[in-house]
Design a binder for this molecule. Structure first.
Ligand code: PMP
Ligand code: GLN
Length: 383
């Protein structure tokens, strides 16, 4: 294999999903929803397919979806984007992130990401020939906090892009207003482009809700905001995402995107354009269900002696495995399906630094309440 893919191996999601299948364990590994999508959205897609909406969409996405995304950003964040050249529809957030790195970074450039981070970031940087520079999120005993000095120290003359993810996978952290302001200050000072991954933007359970860095002074002009329908509507298999930003940055993403997939998802795009207008009501319901799952899981992990960290948003709670006499999350997660009948993902799968702590594992709660309760019972019985 080529150097750019050497060592990438099989993703931990594939390995753990297979373990869940072969052992019959309750799967709280991969963040894949067991919850239903809006019924009207599903009917809409079916009707679109049967009515013949099955051919290539426009390369940048259907105008109706681009308009719906622009309206969504204006309504929620007060940010105005021109749907003609400031919004691009992509094949999931994953393609938007990869195309952004390919479109913005030259070989030898550097991209900064907070560590831990979603595993597509280091892979995307590598494909672009860029070096991903990790800046650790510091554990404060409860959750994770930004170390602004560490961020500042990581910037060099080669830094092009800062990858931000809020709400954050795997930690469930929501960057605070103060943290976003500190990140923005560094980016303005060093003229960095921000790629902010906001796929969990509708899934914030506590605190002030989601904030986007693009809305801070001097940031709209240097920020690409990435999101996706997958988590918002429980349709992760549809792989419809989008990116908003100033035209010159979106054009760079589109230049790469057109030769990765050209376009995709005609019937989904058409239906999602209609669904996005009513997202607030739907998302409130989804949040209520997920918040309850989050509480059941956190409380259950604590009962099982696996200290849960604070998770204000998203799909995941991380737990400290040391009280069970374990220090290595990878080994723990390989044994857990057999020992306790539960699948989780080692947080180390999201860590770039070799010296990062290895005692955290990630449990997902985007499952049926019954699955979360069953997993908790199994963990308590196995402690
Ligand atoms: N970013 C983060 C932080 C994620 O958790 C995910 C979902 N696994 C993605 C991006 C990918 O989103 P999509 O499925 O839309 O490609
Ligand atoms: N985003 C999901 C997770 O973190 C799934 C990602 C994937 O399977 N590639 O679990």
């Amino acid at each position: 294999p080529a150097a750019r893919v050497r060592g990438l191996g099989t993703s931990v999601f594939t390995e753990m999903t297979e373990l869940a299948r072969s052992t019959g364990a309750v799967n709280l590994g991969q963040g894949v929803p067991e919850l239903d999508a809006p019924a009207a959205l599903l009917r809409d897609v079916a009707e679109t397919v049967l009515a013949g909406g099955n051919q290539y969409p426009p390369a940048h996405g259907f105008p109706a979806l681009r308009e719906a995304v622009a309206a969504h950003q204006l309504r929620r964040y007060g940010l105005s984007y021109d749907p003609r050249d400031e919004v691009l529809v992509t094949t999931g957030a994953t393609e938007a992130l990869a195309a952004a790195l390919l479109g913005l970074c030259d070989p030898g450039d550097e991209a900064i990401a907070f560590d831990p981070c979603y595993d597509a970031y280091p892979a995307g940087a590598r494909f672009a020939g860029a070096r991903l520079v990790p800046v650790p999120l510091a554990e404060d005993g409860d959750g994770f906090v930004l170390d602004a000095d560490a961020l500042r120290a990581a910037v060099t003359r080669r830094t092009r892009v800062l990858l931000l993810n809020t709400p954050h996978n795997p930690t469930g952290k929501v960057f605070t207003d103060g943290e976003l302001a500190a990140v923005a200050e560094v980016c303005r000072e060093h003229d960095l482009t921000v790629v902010t991954d906001e796929v969990y933007e509708h899934l914030v359970y506590d605190g002030a809700g989601h904030r986007t860095i693009a809305a801070l002074p001097g940031m709209r002009e240097r920020t690409l905001t990435v999101s996706s329908a997958g988590k918002t509507f429980n349709v992760t298999g549809w792989k419809v995402g989008w990116v908003c930003g100033p035209a010159h940055l979106v054009a760079a993403v589109a230049a790469a995107k057109q030769f990765l997939t050209y376009a995709s998802g005609t019937p989904y795009q058409e239906a999602l354009a209609r669904a996005l207008g009513g997202v607030e009501e739907w998302a409130a319901e989804l949040r209520a269900a997920l918040r309850r799952n989050r509480d059941l899981l956190s409380e259950g992990l604590a009962r099982a002696g696996l200290r849960p960290l604070r998770a204000d948003a998203g799909y995941f709670v991380q737990a400290d495995i040391r009280a069970w006499g374990h220090a290595d999350g990878v080994r723990f997660c390989r044994e857990l399906p057999l020992h306790a009948g539960v699948v989780a993902i080692p947080t180390s799968a999201f860590q770039m630094r070799p010296d990062a702590p290895s005692y955290l594992v990630r449990f997902s709660f985007c499952r049926r309440e019954k699955s979360v309760v069953e997993a908790v019972e199994k963990l308590v019985a196995a402690m």
